[in-house]
Design a protein around this ligand. Structure first.
Ligand SMILES: [Zn+2]
Length: 198
């Protein structure tokens, strides 16, 4: 009986360290991990996720030299549970801070904690958040499974991109992948990307 109990616990132990973990450096071309999140140490992801973030940041910077992507939590190296997340255990999840701009259009400095955006919040930088979404869903090699984002932010971002004449196929793909989760917070303070596990 005890052996059975022990065996039934094994999968959970194995699961905690099952992904091939690579670290996202604390900063690189077009991105940085602000101190609040760097200190937590959730900087590990699958090569697909880490590669995606690095490529997306680089493309964003090329499209908009004034844009720096602020990256939040990925996973711990061994996939252990943390007090901050229910997911972020398999190296496929990353929290990205939403772009915010001042009245002059310049990006706001990295915050020390995530900031929630109300529906009418003018500091939400709709255009840069679209560029981020675009970079994620149009990546050459990593497939995005889902992007969690509050529905009103999704609407503002996609409406703006449509008005700017963005490619229809890309817009349709983004509309399919971006969704407000039903089983956790509405994601009005960050964009959560989950990639397909290999
Ligand atoms: Zn999240």
């Amino acid at each position: 009986m005890r052996l059975v109990l022990l065996l039934s616990l094994l999968p959970a132990v194995v699961e905690a360290s099952r992904f091939h973990a690579v670290a996202l450096p604390p900063s690189g071309p077009g991105y940085q991990v602000p101190p609040t999140w760097a200190d937590r140490g959730l900087r590990w992801g699958t090569p697909e996720l880490v590669g995606l973030l690095q490529r997306a940041a680089r493309r964003l910077r090329a499209w908009d030299p004034g844009a720096t992507l602020y990256v939040g939590d990925l996973s711990l190296r061994d996939g252990s549970a943390t007090r901050w997340h229910r997911s972020h255990r398999r190296g496929v999840d990353a929290d990205l801070l939403l772009f915010a701009a001042g009245a002059d259009g310049r990006q706001k400095p990295a915050p020390t904690r995530m900031q929630r955006y109300a529906r009418s919040d003018r500091s939400l930088d709709v255009r840069r958040n679209w560029l981020l979404t675009k970079a994620l869903v149009s990546d050459v090699s990593t497939q995005v499974r889902v992007i969690f984002l509050a529905s009103w932010i999704k609407r503002r971002v996609l409406d703006d991109a449509r008005q700017r004449g963005e490619d229809k196929k890309l817009l349709a793909k983004a509309a399919r992948l971006v969704t407000q989760p039903s089983d956790s917070g509405p994601h009005d303070d960050h964009l959560h990307v989950r990639v397909v596990a290999r």
